[in-house]
Write a new protein. Structure first.
Length: 255
């Protein structure tokens, strides 16, 4: 009886190991597929961006107002598609455990300033006002500068998406004990409390259906929180429907 019991345990253990290996292989294949497809899609989109720029500046001949508007729409949609692909690629790397975190002592003010300039075109298109309170030049965090910039870009892009034309977004950065806290607050449509935890789920959409007003893959906040956790930080959200949204990023202070 004891021998049979041992054999059954060994068989169960072997089956468990096989199932684990199969799951790992499936996840690796999925992640590799997403990464390859994302890379292949970026190449023609970058070409579209290049030709769009040539047309917009008139290098191939002066455009009339109608033609210039059409080129502007082409470039806007190219940027949107590229942002979606970047999100999918980042998520694929996270899923495959291939994300590298290069922790450095980073001046938070420099990152905040760079993010504002990156998103200026999107803000202008919706006539949104982004205000930032002065940040202490001595505020230094332990972070990967590239990943930190992407965290703030993803959060701000979300605010831009869900804030009506003419609205406001405020960004602050300050120290709280041994943490640095970046807060991004908008005058957008807000979100119900019971949905707040779900917005960090990959591919989650508050508004579903093919006719939903707000587009996107639903990966921006999921990626942002994964990066924050990898750097010893966290992201929290406070919101009410119709009352805007307040997203707080906390990171360890360097030194």
């Amino acid at each position: 009886m004891l021998g049979a019991s041992t054999a059954e345990r060994d068989r169960s253990r072997e089956q468990l190991l096989q199932a684990r290996d199969m799951a790992a292989s499936a996840n690796a294949a999925k992640s590799e597929f997403l990464a390859v497809m994302s890379h292949e899609l970026r190449t023609p989109l970058n070409a579209i961006a290049g030709y769009g720029e040539i047309l917009a500046i008139g290098a191939a001949g002066r455009l009339n107002a109608q033609q210039l508007e059409a080129v502007t729409r082409i470039r806007s949609n190219q940027e949107h598609l590229l942002a979606l692909i970047d999100d999918v690629l980042s998520f694929a790397r996270i899923e495959a455990g291939q994300t590298r975190i290069d922790l450095q002592s980073v001046h938070l003010c420099d990152i905040v300033a760079s993010v504002e300039s990156l998103l200026r075109p999107q803000l202008t298109r919706k006539s949104l006002k982004l205000s930032s309170k002065p940040c202490s030049p001595s505020l230094v965090v332990s972070a990967d500068p590239v990943k930190l910039r992407q965290i703030l870009v993803n959060i701000l892009a979300n605010s831009i998406k869900f804030t009506p034309t003419g609205g406001t977004i405020e960004m602050t950065a300050e120290r709280s004990d041994d943490r640095a806290v970046v807060c991004i607050a908008d005058s957008g449509i807000g979100i119900a409390r019971e949905m707040i935890d779900r917005v960090f789920e990959p591919f989650f959409q508050v508004h579903t259906g093919t006719t939903r007003e707000y587009t996107g893959a639903g990966l921006g906040l999921a990626i942002a929180r994964d990066f924050a956790h990898a750097m010893g930080g966290d992201i929290a959200i406070a919101s009410e429907p119709g009352q805007g949204c307040r997203v707080t990023v906390s990171l360890p202070v360097s030194g």
